[in-house]
Design a protein. Structure first.
Length: 642
């Protein structure tokens, strides 16, 4: 068993089984413990580990005796173990100890979770622990894990006993424990105090120079520098107007590395930044799994380098990241312009699609909170961003462009939970064809199949759309308008034919039109504004759709005044200004065609209906015949292939 895990501060660690080769690392870890930590764990000062104890500590059978270690790089920072209480006993004693500087970061719950999983696999059903009364952190870990813990006192020691079979409570605790570190790790990526760019040429050309330029012109509030390995040791040169250093270590503290060097130099750059304490790396460089079979292994090795230093990694082969928060104002992307500040979180995988999306976002004046392009998704994924946006108070709407689902079950669960508070809309690229982008073929990954995607979003509340423009159409309404209380539409306009067209389009989309009015020919916009306001005040109208025909030569000057609005803040008002660009202005989104507006409204209405539906609770499946179910699924699969 070997897994990477996130701590509560967003840093990464590696959890694995102990081996005899860990003896020296265990001794070093023990030496770093404070006297109090040693006493709480061993009930005595225990200043050094005798050779006999050391051999027993690092030699286990991974069945009746198991030990897991937590590593950062080559150093061990924690150990957890269980030992069966008898040859045929279903009980095992559990204990763990964490290096002082890493205590309080969630390592104890992580070890308990993985030890319980390993113990259940070998028939152990209950853990017991002996804890000193003053060891409150250990008792808090056990009591907060969601198990039913019983407690007894005996001769100054607290005896704790609890079954380790998963419960609804323990599973919820694990999900909560998982959610916050994932969100924290993304928060550290998107709110760096200092950025170093790798790959800026001395002449100011190339991708690295573009990234540096966009960071600077975007108004980034932190410090920014460049790493040039060829820079003279101990000197600071000028590259594109910023300080250049031979290494990240020479630059001082760094939070984020933005890497645009050739693919074979990426691991060195990431390791250099990690050694200087960087929290994360955004790797724009390509040349990995998207283009060649050997790039798959290179990509795995790159992630391993990042993990060694406790870093998260965006990419490789990504467009970059941005954060419009004025306190950060980070545009570390290949798109020069910075979107306006808003409350929409945007995620995509493809860098090329990301350019198109950001360009249209800027043209539409759709405000973003944050944007991440994950590229090959070697580490940071859409699920990580969902966790972040769930906790982010600056994000109210989430828009996703997905090419693959790394963990579809987790996606559905998180999206369902998030969607109860914040709408999630998604384009699943390649679904209709049953395959993702051609570059995925190198890695063996597959795009989402249509049936799988449909099943995935059916009960999660996710708004499924077909194209990027449709995704942004939906985003405009969700970002600017309240959710409708129902599906009834009031249509108003300055042209009878246009109102009738809009009413027919609504009816066809399943949106009943309960009110329609139009201004007489030649009437100024203020009359239409009054019609919209009156429609919004009606009890039989949930949504107001205002359609505005193009201004004709000789029309009153008032026709140039802002289109109609609503005096009712609880009802969405959507404006169609025929032939004009789709935009978001103030509290009302504008569309250029009736069809675009109605299609987006229909999506929003269905989402609002889903959110009004009681969530319910999962049924108990304890009596399910798993063997029969597997047989049935296998049989269905064979029939499908016939």
């Amino acid at each position: 068993m070997a897994v990477d895990a996130l701590l509560s501060d967003g840093s990464t660690v590696h959890i694995r089984q102990i081996t005899p080769e860990d003896a020296d690392r265990i001794v070093a870890l023990h030496a770093r413990f404070s006297e109090r930590t040693r006493y709480l764990r061993y009930f005595s000062p225990y200043p050094r580990i005798p050779p006999r104890d050391l051999a027993r500590f690092v030699t286990v059978d991974h069945h009746d005796r198991e030990a897991l270690v937590v590593a950062v790089g080559d150093n061990l920072i924690a150990v957890g173990r269980y030992e069966r209480l008898g040859p045929s006993s279903a009980d095992a004693e559990v204990a763990f100890v964490v290096e002082d500087t890493f205590q309080g970061k969630g390592i104890g719950p992580l070890l308990l979770e993985h030890l319980a999983e390993a113990a259940r696999a070998v028939g152990i059903t209950r853990f017991v622990a002996e804890v000193l009364p003053q060891n409150r952190p250990m008792m808090r870990v056990l009591f907060d894990a969601g198990y039913q813990v019983s407690r007894q006192w005996d001769e100054g020691v607290v005896h704790l006993t609890f079954p380790i079979e998963p419960t609804t409570s323990s599973e919820q605790v694990q999900r909560s424990r998982e959610a916050h570190p994932e969100a924290a790790s993304i928060a550290r990526l998107l709110t760096p105090s200092s950025v170093l760019v790798y790959g800026v040429r001395h002449d100011g050309t190339g991708v690295g120079a573009s990234l540096l330029r966009h960071i600077r012109t975007g108004g980034y509030t932190g410090s920014v520098g460049v790493v040039h390995p060829s820079t003279k040791d101990g000197t600071v040169a000028s590259a594109a107007g910023v300080a250049a250093f031979p290494s990240a270590g020479a630059a001082g503290p760094v939070d984020l590395a933005v890497v645009a060097v050739p693919w074979d130099g990426v691991p060195t750059a990431v390791a250099d930044a990690g050694a200087a304490g960087a929290h994360g790396a955004v790797v724009v460089s390509g040349g990995f799994a998207e283009v060649r079979a050997s790039g798959v292994a290179a990509q795995r090795d790159l992630v391993a380098v990042a993990r060694t230093h406790g870093m998260r990694l965006v990419g490789p082969n990504c467009l970059g990241v941005l954060n419009t928060d004025p306190a950060v104002s980070l545009n570390a992307t290949l798109v020069p312009a910075m979107p306006v500040r808003g409350r929409v979180g945007l995620f995509c995988q493809s860098g090329f699609v990301g350019v198109a999306m950001l360009t249209e976002v800027i043209e539409r004046n759709l405000g973003l909170s944050t944007f991440v392009s994950a590229g090959n998704r070697a580490d940071v994924s859409g699920n990580d961003l969902l966790q972040y946006w769930r906790e982010d108070p600056h994000t109210d709407v989430v828009l996703l462009y997905l090419e693959t689902f790394g963990n579809p079950h987790k996606f559905a669960r998180i999206a369902r939970e998030l969607g109860r508070d914040k709408p999630v809309a998604v384009v699943a690229a390649g679904a209709a064809a049953g395959s993702g982008p051609a570059g995925l073929a190198w890695s063996g990954a597959r795009g989402p199949e249509e049936e799988a995607v449909a099943a995935l979003v059916a009960h999660s509340g996710v708004i499924r759309v077909e194209t990027v423009p449709e995704l942004l159409d939906v985003g405009q309404i969700l970002a600017a308008c309240p959710l409708p209380a129902g599906s009834r539409v009031g249509v108003v306009g300055n042209d009878a034919a246009l109102v009738q067209l809009a009413a027919a389009e609504c009816t066809q989309a399943g949106l009943p039109v309960t009110h329609s009015r139009w201004a007489a020919p030649g009437q100024p916009i203020r009359v239409l504004r009054g019609l919209a306001s009156s429609a919004a005040q009606r009890d039989d109208v949930d949504i107001v759709l205002a359609v505005v025909a193009p201004k004709l030569p000789g029309s009153p000057v008032d026709d140039a005044v802002e289109p109609p609005g609503s005096e009712d803040p609880d009802k969405p008002v959507v404006v169609v200004t025929v032939g004009s660009p789709s935009q978001v202005e103030r509290a009302r989104p504008r569309f250029r065609t009736v069809e675009e507006a109605v299609r987006a409204l229909a999506h929003v209405v269905r989402y609002a209906q889903w959110r009004r539906t009681p969530l319910g609770s999962p049924p108990s499946l304890s009596s399910v015949d798993s063997a029969a179910a597997r047989s049935l699924v296998a049989s269905a699969g064979r029939c499908r292939r016939c």
